[in-house]
Design a protein around this ligand. Structure first.
Ligand code: PA5
Length: 427
C-alpha cells in the first residue's frame, strides 16, 4: 500500500551495501536486543492489542457521542498528535461528524485556554485526559480547568461519567485520580512510548469519538506489520526509506522536509516530526525533521528549497487516490484563460504540480527527493502508514546507534521551569 520511488533521491552509494546492517537491525528489533528494548510493544501491537479494551472504547464512544457536542482531548506530544493527525486527515478540516474534537493540554497559552472555555459556554462536552506519566504540567493545568468547569456545570456525578482518563495501568497521579473518581480508564501499555501510541487507547478513543472505524485502522496496521516483518532490504519498502534518509544524511544533508500535497495532512506532518525528531535527535546526532504543505508552501518556503543553501532533502508523501475530487468548471468568458483546464480534475492538477515541483527541485535545484505513495488515506491506509513510519523510524535510528525510544532531552526545560515556578523539591 506504500511504494517508494528513489530515482530522484540522488543516492551516491549502492543501497544493497546496507543489506547486512538492515538484517542485523531487523533481528535486533524483533528479538528485542537493542537499546530501548523495553519499548518495543508497538511492533506486535496491531495483532496483540487488547481486544476487550477496544470493545470498551467503541462502547464508551457510542454512549458519549449521543450526549455531547464536543470532546476535549487533553494531552501533549505523543498523547495527542497521532489522534489529531488521524482525525484531520480522515475527517478533513471541516468535519461533518457529530462530535467536534478540540485539543487542549498542549500549551500554556492562557488566551487559547480561555477561548476554549468561552467556546464551550453553550455546548455539551466530555473530556479525554491523556497522559502516560500522569504528571505533564500543560495537560494537568488544562485538565484542572475543564474538570472544574464540568463539575460546576454538570455536578460531580455526571462530570465523572463524562471524563475518560487514558494513562498508565497502575502508576501516576492521573491513575490515582481516575481510580478515586471512578472515571472510565484506558491504558497506555508499559512497553509503548508516547510517539508510538496512536494505535493504543491514547489515539483510538478520540479517533472513535470522531466517528472513524478504529478496527479498520488496526487492520491496516496489521497488514503493514505482516508486510514489514521482513529482513530483506530489497523488498522491505519501510526499511528502504529508513536507509535512504540515512544515506542522504551521510552525504551531507542535515535536514529532511516531509512534504504533502493535502492541506488536511498538516497534522500528519506534525506527528511524523515528533516520531523522527524525538526518536533520533540525541547525542548530537540526527536529521532535523521539518515539513511543508505544497503547493501552499511553494509560495513561501519554495524559494529557499529551490535556490537556498543545500541543507535539505525532501520526502514526499503522495496519495494515489484522493478521498474526494472535483473538476475545474468551464467559463463562457474565460477571462482568466483557464478553460484549457476545464473538465480536468483538481487532483490531476495537484499531481501535475507535484511532478513539476519534483523536476524543479531535483533537476534545477539539486535537492534530493524521496517519493512515497500511499494508495488511499482512509482508516485502513492511515493505520498502514503509521506502522510504515514507525518501522522505518526504528530501522533508521538504530542505524545511527541511538536509542529510538527514549527522550531524555525533553526533561531539561521541565526542570528549569519547575525551578522557576517554585515547585516543591525542584532543583
Ligand atoms: O513521545 C513522548 O514520549 C512524549 O511526547 C510524550 O507523549 C509527552 O511528553 C506527553 O507525556 P505524557 O503522556 O506522560 O503526558
Amino acid at each position: 500500500m506504500i511504494t517508494i520511488d528513489l530515482q530522484h533521491a540522488k543516492l551516491s552509494e549502492e543501497m544493497s551495501s546496507y543489506k547486512e546492517t538492515v538484517k542485523d537491525i531487523h533481528h535486533m528489533i524483533h528479538n528485542k536486543t537493542g537499546k530501548g528494548n523495553d519499548f518495543l510493544g508497538w511492533v506486535a501491537l496491531p495483532e496483540n492489542y487488547d481486544k476487550e479494551e477496544v470493545a470498551l472504547i467503541k462502547k464508551t464512544a457510542a454512549m458519549l457521542q449521543e450526549e455531547v457536542d464536543v470532546l476535549l482531548v487533553c494531552g501533549i506530544g505523543g498523547s495527542y498528535l497521532g489522534a489529531r493527525a488521524a482525525i484531520d486527515a480522515l475527517n478533513g478540516l471541516f468535519p461533518t461528524n457529530k462530535v467536534e474534537i478540540i485539543y487542549v493540554g498542549n500549551t500554556f497559552s492562557s488566551t487559547y485556554l480561555a477561548q476554549v472555555v468561552d467556546y464551550l459556554e453553550d455546548k455539551e462536552f466530555a473530556i479525554n485526559v491523556i497522559s502516560k506519566s500522569g504528571t505533564t504540567t500543560e495537560t494537568s493545568i488544562a485538565f484542572r480547568v475543564f474538570k472544574e468547569l464540568a463539575e460546576t456545570r454538570y455536578g460531580k456525578e455526571k462530570a465523572q461519567r463524562r471524563i475518560v482518563a487514558t494513562t498508565d495501568k497502575a502508576r501516576g497521579a492521573l491513575k490515582t485520580l481516575a481510580t478515586n473518581e471512578g472515571y472510565t480508564t484506558f491504558v497506555v501499555p508499559d512497553d509503548v512510548g508516547g510517539r508510538y501510541s496512536v494505535l493504543t487507547g491514547v489515539g483510538l478513543f478520540p479517533i472513535a469519538m470522531a466517528g472513524i472505524d478504529i478496527e479498520e485502522m488496526l487492520g491496516g496496521a496489521k497488514e503493514a506489520m505482516d508486510l514489514y516483518n521482513n529482513e530483506d532490504l530489497e523488498t522491505n519498502v519501510a526499511y528502504q526509506y529508513g536507509v535512504a534518509r540515512q544515506m542522504l544524511h551521510k552525504a551531507g544533508y542535515p535536514a529532511e522536509m516531509f512534504v504533502t500535497y493535502e492541506s488536511q495532512f498538516t497534522m500528519v506532518a506534525e506527528w511524523w516530526k515528533q516520531l523522527f525528531g524525538e526518536s533520533e535527535g540525541k547525542e548530537s546526532k540526527g536529521i532535523l525533521p521539518t515539513s511543508a504543505t505544497f503547493s501552499t508552501d511553494l509560495h513561501s518556503l519554495g524559494q529557499f528549497i529551490q535556490d537556498g543553501s543545500k541543507v535539505v532533502f525532501e520526502t514526499i508523501l503522495q496519495v494515489a487516490t484522493p478521498a474526494k475530487d472535483l473538476t475545474v468548471p468551464s467559463d463562457k468568458d474565460d477571462l482568466d484563460n483557464l478553460n484549457y483546464l476545464a473538465g480536468k480534475s483538481v487532483d490531476w492538477v495537484n499531481k501535475k504540480a507535484c511532478e513539476g515541483t519534483i523536476e524543479a527541485h531535483v533537476v534545477t535545484g539539486n535537492v534530493p527527493n524521496i517519493l512515497l505513495s500511499l494508495d488511499k488515506m482512509d482508516a485502513k491506509g492511515f493505520g498502514f502508514m503509521v506502522y510504515f513510519f514507525e518501522k522505518a523510524c526504528a530501522m533508521s535510528v538504530y542505524m545511527l546507534e541511538v536509542n529510538p525510544f527514549d527522550q531524555p532531552g525533553v526533561e531539561v526545560y521541565k526542570a528549569n521551569m519547575f525551578k522557576l515556578l517554585g515547585k516543591p523539591g525542584a532543583k
